[in-house]
Write a protein that binds this ligand. Structure first.
Ligand code: SAM
Length: 298
């Protein structure tokens, strides 16, 4: 592995850390959302990695998963590129520890290494990467332009960056899901979008323009509306539950208390709980940009 700085720590898969056991620092419900999202939208993810593979061509040996979280992208890309290893990059040591454990459990530990860093500080020591994958992560970074400069430097000339983003919380419920509170979910989505706009000003950014600004050539840009209806994949009820439960915490004080209480009935294990309903339809909008570091760039 390459050099470490005080802000960037490389972890080899063989090295266990104190927090590896039980992952007390991890945001468990976020980890669940990420894993369930990847499971439920596996066909979409497989389609995306297939399109990237067509553009990447032969000889992909080093992939970087930027803002890897639990490794949804890492594992999809290890499968898509059997000859590649992945460097998972995240600012959360707990997420990386969880990812390394999952890699070992899948027998993929020797194909994964990690870099703990703030993506805005560049990708210490990574050069010559064939592909950088950044899913739902760039909008968290304070200075995405700095992060993209780091990606440019980490890629080999001709290498690809794929940016996957989503439009916010998925939609699950019919308008009249809770008696007496029509439009409940829409109001919650709007309140959440307001909160996100305050906390993550780059959510919903024009990544095509940002990639071009960073000296990358945008080759593909597409937005897809995904909709899952009956028969739903297994896990949708649990996914809706963990998403709505997280939102309930975030929206305390930001929506009408009657809406907050109604939201509570969707996650409290009672008859209206999303894990028991048969009227869920999952709707979400996903965007993908694929850009290339010019072959002749210094
Ligand atoms: C919404 S999750 C997405 C995880 C994964 N890419 C996926 O799509 O399943 C965002 C991840 O980015 C990480 N992250 C947030 N800010 C970051 C930063 N400045 N540098 C590196 N990682 C960051 C978080 O720790 C989290 O794991």
């Amino acid at each position: 592995m390459t050099s470490s700085t005080s802000h960037a720590h490389h972890h080899e898969p063989g090295h266990h850390h104190e927090h590896d056991h039980g992952h007390p620092d991890t945001d468990d419900s976020l980890a669940q959302v990420l894993d369930l999202d990847a499971e439920i939208f596996a066909p979409y993810l497989a389609g995306v990695t297939a399109r990237i593979a067509e553009r990447a061509g032969e000889g992909v040996t080093h992939v970087v998963d930027l803002g890897s979280g639990t490794g949804t992208g890492t594992f999809a890309l290890l499968e898509r590129f059997p000859g590649a290893r992945v460097t998972a990059v995240d600012s959360s040591p707990a997420m990386l520890a969880r990812l390394v454990d999952a890699a070992r459990a899948k027998g993929l530990g020797d194909r994964v290494d990690t870099l703990e860093t703030d993506a805005g500080a560049g990708l210490a020591g990574i050069t010559g990467a064939d592909l950088v994958w950044a899913s739902a992560s760039l909008h968290h970074v304070d200075d995405p332009a700095a992060a993209l400069a780091g990606v440019h430097a980490a890629l080999r000339p001709g290498g690809l960056l794929a940016v996957a983003e989503l439009d916010g919380m998925p939609h699950f419920l019919p308008d009249d899901a809770v008696a007496g509170r029509p439009g409940l979910e829409t109001r919650c989505r709007e309140a959440l979008a307001g909160l996100h706009a305050e906390q993550m000003p780059h959510l919903g950014a024009d990544w095509g323009a940002m990639l071009a600004e960073a000296g990358l050539l945008v080759e593909d840009e597409r937005t897809e509306r995904l909709e899952l209806r009956d028969p739903l994949p297994a896990g949708v009820g649990r996914y809706a539950h963990v998403v709505l439960d997280r939102i309930r915490g975030a929206l305390d004080g930001r929506v009408d208390p009657a809406d907050l209480a109604a939201l509570g009935t969707l996650v409290d294990g009672g008859p209206a709980d999303v894990r028991h309903r048969d009227d869920l339809v999952v709707r979400t909008t996903r965007s993908l940009w694929v850009a290339r570091r010019p072959a002749d760039s210094a």
